[in-house]
Write a protein of this length. Structure first.
Length: 627
């Protein structure tokens, strides 16, 4: 289909969907909106920031155990033997936190990581912990560093360290995703063998079992005291990792304190960082800050990898005040988070239902106090929050300040404004922003159009969203899976299930669009709720054509309650690309018929089945038990 025909098809589809719902809603797609958003000055010149200039590698490198100095040395591309000798004689003192910091900062450059790690262990005498090895393995888990990966695993085992389940699953998934099946299989066998051979594993399970199965008290402490526990960094970490997630953090805190008070174990940077990863939940946040203070008083610091994991967990848990407080803590430490982590936190704050500007400015001020210049992302972070709160005048001023600093508004900046305007139902102004973008030579991309259309759908203006969609197609864009999902959800929010079905089918058949699997599933469930089995079956067939796995469960439940024998047979035939689906599919629907008391329908369906299904042992056993 050529471009002109494709565009015409989209227009006809949009018009039919709108007119079918409301004949009075038709209007010109090309209507111009004259009310625009204008930007004015906000920051004074002395507040304007310019990008920092990169450090020249020709500068002399001063040897220091400070993390920034080490990072500068090992990130250098101009390594020579002279520097190697000077480094060897420098006697730099390495801590767990410093090594973790350098590894994390160099994580995108495994060759430099390899050089640094080898130097730290072989030349400096640093003893890596399990958490250090876990990070190194994640960095090495790529095709061009497999030799270093397996060497590190061997060293790890020889030193009594272990691969935690989270690291194992992450690397295993990475190997599978990179089509490295041999490595994935080898890692799986190694991990299973490591667990079976590790005597510590049994003791960890025993200790964790006692802790999990009862409330902490004298009984639990008594049972622990009677065990022969050989406590070590690795042992403590293993126990703590088994106590992650809701329901167990306070018990993790108790065992952390208990081993120190009763087994004379002195906690170090490794175990402090380990327990903090477990305590970052609302139920244990008081203990989290208490341990962090104890850690500081003991002379240890939060390592960068731990900070990143905790910060993301706090953000996921919507504990934003604590996330900001922790960011401020890290910016005052020796291991300052990168601009990426600052941007991530600002984005989370801005996309929260109602952004807290005080938290936003606390992050920005702490970032600036560290001597960092305002980047485009920082301006965007502030602008996103203001636009989301409907503070459009202030948002305009931020953009003017950003322009004065040398950063021009782009699709991200304009999209944030579109989102905010739609959120406050200022749809005409939101649409006008896209026209303004074209005037400024910053053509809207598919993401900007999607935000505009999603804003209309969220405001229950689905017909206007369709007009925006048609206008977008008229400018040469094709819909993608995300945009279709937005439109489908818009239809469903107004109980226009039939319209959603028509839109999806037409775009799949005529525009060759591939919907998301979740879009198919959502619409199928809605159709079945409205007793539209035929339409739901059509979508199941489309899923099969696009090589999605069959979405059987809602059909089995529906047909076994409301469907006929013919419906069940048709469903089974739609499940597989082969001549007949698997025996398990037949057994599933037979059992569901039995569960709903429809024995005669189950028998009638059995007679329609092929011979090998009727005579299969599992099917015969099922009908035998039913009779």
């Amino acid at each position: 289909m050529n471009k002109a025909k494709r565009i015409l098809t989209h227009y006809r589809l949009v018009n039919s969907l709108i007119s079918a719902h409301s004949p009075s809603s038709a209007g010109s797609i090309h209507k111009q909106v004259t009310r625009l958003v204008h930007f004015s000055t906000f920051f004074s010149p002395d507040k304007i920031h310019t990008p920092i200039k990169p450090t020249s590698h020709n500068q002399r490198l001063f040897f220091s155990s400070k993390p920034e100095s080490l990072l500068e040395i090992f990130s250098s591309n101009e390594w020579d033997k002279k520097l190697d000798k000077e480094l060897e004689g420098s006697n730099l003192e390495l801590t767990h936190e410093t090594v973790m910091y350098v590894l994390k900062k160099l994580s995108k450059e495994p060759k430099k990581v390899s050089f640094f790690f080898k130097w730290a262990v072989e030349k400096n005498g640093f003893e890596p912990s399990s958490s250090i090895y876990s990070l190194v393995l994640r960095i090495y888990a790529r095709k061009d560093f497999l030799k270093q990966f397996w060497v590190a695993i061997k060293e790890m085992k020889e030193k009594g360290c272990y691969i935690d389940e989270e690291t194992y699953k992450t690397i295993y998934t990475t190997f599978r995703g990179s089509k490295m099946e041999n490595e994935a299989t080898a890692l799986k066998h190694f991990y299973e063998r490591l667990i079976n051979e590790n005597a510590m594993e049994d003791k960890v399970k025993e200790v964790v079992g006692v802790i999990k199965n009862a409330e902490w008290g004298e009984r639990v402490e008594g049972e622990l005291a009677n065990m022969e526990i050989n406590v070590s960094d690795n042992f403590v970490l293993r126990v703590l990792k088994e106590l992650r997630g809701k329901g167990y953090p306070l018990k993790a805190f108790k065992i952390f304190k208990w081993v120190e008070e009763n087994l004379n174990f002195k906690h170090n940077s490794v175990t402090y960082n380990g327990v903090l990863r477990v305590l970052c939940w609302e139920e244990s946040i008081v203990e989290f800050w208490s341990v962090l203070e104890d850690m500081k008083n003991a002379g240890f610091e939060l390592d960068l990898d731990t900070y990143i994991k905790i910060s993301r967990q706090l953000q996921k848990n919507k504990m934003l005040v604590d996330a900001v407080k922790l960011y401020e803590h890290m910016m005052d430490s020796s291991f300052k988070p990168s601009i990426t982590e600052c941007n991530s936190l600002l984005r989370t704050l801005a996309t929260h239902g109602s952004p807290n500007l005080d938290l936003v400015y606390r992050v920005v001020n702490k970032y600036e106090a560290g001597g960092n210049p305002f980047s485009k992302n920082i301006y965007d972070g502030i602008h996103r929050s203001l636009a989301s709160l409907g503070k459009f005048d202030e948002a305009e001023e931020i953009v003017e300040a950003m322009k004065a600093a040398g950063y021009e508004p782009d699709n991200i900046t304009y999209s944030q404004l579109v989102f905010g305007l739609c959120k406050f139902r200022r749809f005409e102004e939101a649409s006008a922003v896209l026209d303004l973008m074209e005037e400024k030579g910053c053509a809207p991309d598919i993401k900007t159009w999607t935000i505009l259309i999603k804003g209309h759908c969220a405001g229950y203006e689905v017909d206007k969203a369709l007009l925006c969609f048609a206008k977008m197609v008229g400018k040469g864009f094709d819909a993608d899976g995300e945009l279709l999902d937005v439109l489908i959800n818009g239809f469903l929010s107004q109980s226009r299930t039939k319209g959603a079905y028509t839109l999806l089918v037409q775009l799949v058949q005529k525009a060759r669009l591939r919907p998301w699997q979740s879009t198919y599933k959502n619409l199928i469930q809605k159709l079945l709720m409205e007793r539209k089995l035929e339409e739901a079956m059509d979508l199941l067939r489309l899923m099969k054509k696009q090589n999605y796995p069959p979405f059987a469960e809602p059909f089995v439940e529906y047909i076994s309650k409301f469907g006929s024998v013919d419906d069940a047979h048709e469903f089974l035939m739609a499940l597989s690309v082969k001549e007949y689906p698997a025996v398990s599919a037949y057994r599933h629907i037979f059992k569901s018929f039995f569960d709903n008391g429809r024995y005669s329908e189950a028998k009638d369906l059995l007679y329609k089945c092929p011979h090998h299904i009727r005579k299969h042992d599992a099917i015969c056993a099922l009908f035998g038990s039913a009779s």
